[in-house]
Ligand binder design. Structure first.
Ligand code: PLP
Length: 422
């Protein structure tokens, strides 16, 4: 009997025993094409440069607490991320994963407004049908009703506006652009409702991953969001935990939208699975408010800036940038989109095939004409996950109408090194 407390207590999982490029190999030697490990493995499972970087760093120094010392890989990684980051994102705060990054971002926004003498700013606005992590602050920002339900009495009060979800919510006769402006303007209405001086931040994913299935915003949406945030002094926090680090065809997903946030959260592809690591990038303006004020960000976990994790991520980001892998994700993503359309475009239960780069979603519907989702009790996406695994393919399912109109979808997020035949 296993003593591990697994994520799903009722399933019996194979044991991961090896990795070879885009494939995971189980203890029985079965190979699985990994297109769905939550968009983590952007470099595949056997990248020699990252493996060497981890080995070297463990031999040199495995851990030094950031309350006492910084480390070479953390410094070099911050420099490299800032060199490629959009806008004025000049400071990098390292954490150990995605939930820690979004949690830290919320606390940083609050502390920033305290430091500059605006303590009345306390509200965070986020979007329905979103996911920003499972710690209580991050879960409060997320708008996924199913994930929130059990913990509702413990969550921080945050409000949620509509996501930008063209397939399901654009009205007949409305242009994509007008739809985007309409839903972006919900942010302004919500800021006015709460009182502009009480709102500190708006949080959103540039391309919605797990909750909607690779849904990019329509053109103009984020430009309008940025405008509204600037007008009311609200910090824009972008959550690129899943869609960042090259997955959409650019190193940072918001580069497609031509805007930059005040705080940017990354994780998953940053460590590419070789080490658990995330980061929160912020502007100098925010950093300086703390440096010149209290001098201490009231946060900090033991493993922030871990030398081995930052060494792995440094090697990952070098691989991504030196080998132009985000561009490759863009090119291969187009091919994947075409292949999916050829295979499933006419299927009566496929409502939409969408995404950016190697971040693609297939929305499954009971009725293609009316876009009616499947009855959630059928667990359609979960069944596809099982069937795909039996065929040697790992894909990421989301099942059930759990949150207004959240249907079933399959997310495909292969490594950027994937080949045409695979
Ligand atoms: N934010 C987004 C957009 C995510 O997709 C996820 C995880 O799926 C998280 C945050 C939380 O990241 P983690 O699971 O590393 O805590």
């Amino acid at each position: 009997m296993s003593h591990v407390f697994p994520r799903h207590t009722k399933s019996d999982l194979p044991v991961a025993a090896g990795g070879d490029g885009c494939y995971l190999i189980d203890a029985d030697g079965r190979r699985y094409l990994d297109c769905g490990d939550a968009a983590v493995s952007c470099l595949g499972h056997s990248n020699p440069a990252v493996i060497r970087a981890v080995q070297r760093q463990v031999e040199q120094i495995a851990f030094a607490h950031t309350g006492f010392m910084t480390s070479e890989p953390a410094e070099a990684l911050a420099d490299l991320l800032v060199a490629h980051a959009p806008g004025d994102l000049d400071r990098v705060y390292f954490v150990s994963g995605g939930s820690e990054a979004t949690e830290a971002a919320i606390k940083l926004a609050r502390q920033y407004y305290l430091e500059i003498g605006q303590p009345e700013r306390r509200h965070v606005i986020a979007r329905r049908q979103s996911y920003h992590g499972n710690t209580l602050g991050a879960l409060s920002a997320g708008g996924n009703a199913w994930r929130r339900a059990q913990f509702a009495p413990m969550l921080i009060e945050m409000t949620h506006i509509a996501p930008c979800y063209e397939y399901a919510e654009k009205t007949k006769g409305e242009s994509s652009f007008d739809y985007g402006q309409r839903v972006a303007n919900e942010l302004e209405a919500e800021i006015l409702r709460l009182g502009p001086d009480s709102v500190m931040a708006f949080m959103a994913e540039p391309v919605v991953g797990a909750t909607l299935g690779a849904v990019p915003a329509v053109e103009g949406y984020f430009t309008r969001i940025r405008e509204i945030c600037d007008q009311y002094g609200v910090l824009l926090i972008l959550d690129e935990v899943m869609c960042g680090m090259g997955r959409t065809g650019r190193l940072f997903a918001c580069d497609h939208d031509g805007i930059a946030p005040d705080i940017l959260c990354i994780a998953k592809g940053l460590g590419a699975g070789y080490q658990p690591i995330g980061a929160m990038l912020c502007t100098d303006q925010i950093f300086e408010a703390i440096r010149d004020g209290s001098g201490f960000f009231q946060h900090g976990h033991t493993y922030i800036g871990h030398p081995v994790a930052t060494a792995a991520a440094l090697a990952v980001v070098r691989e991504l940038t030196e080998r132009d892998l985000p561009e490759r994700a863009g090119v291969m993503g187009q091919k994947l989109q075409s292949a999916l359309e050829d295979a499933f475009g006419q299927h009566p239960n496929v409502g939409d095939i969408r995404g950016k780069g190697l971040f693609r979603g297939i929305e499954l519907v009971a009725d293609r004409e009316t876009k009616t989702p499947f009855d959630p009790s059928r667990g359609v996406a979960g069944k596809i996950k099982k069937a795909a695994m039996a065929e040697g393919l790992i894909c990421y399912p989301m099942s059930g109408t759990r949150d207004g109109r959240l249907g079933d979808h399959i997310l495909l997020a292969p490594p950027f090194i994937i080949e045409d035949a695979q």
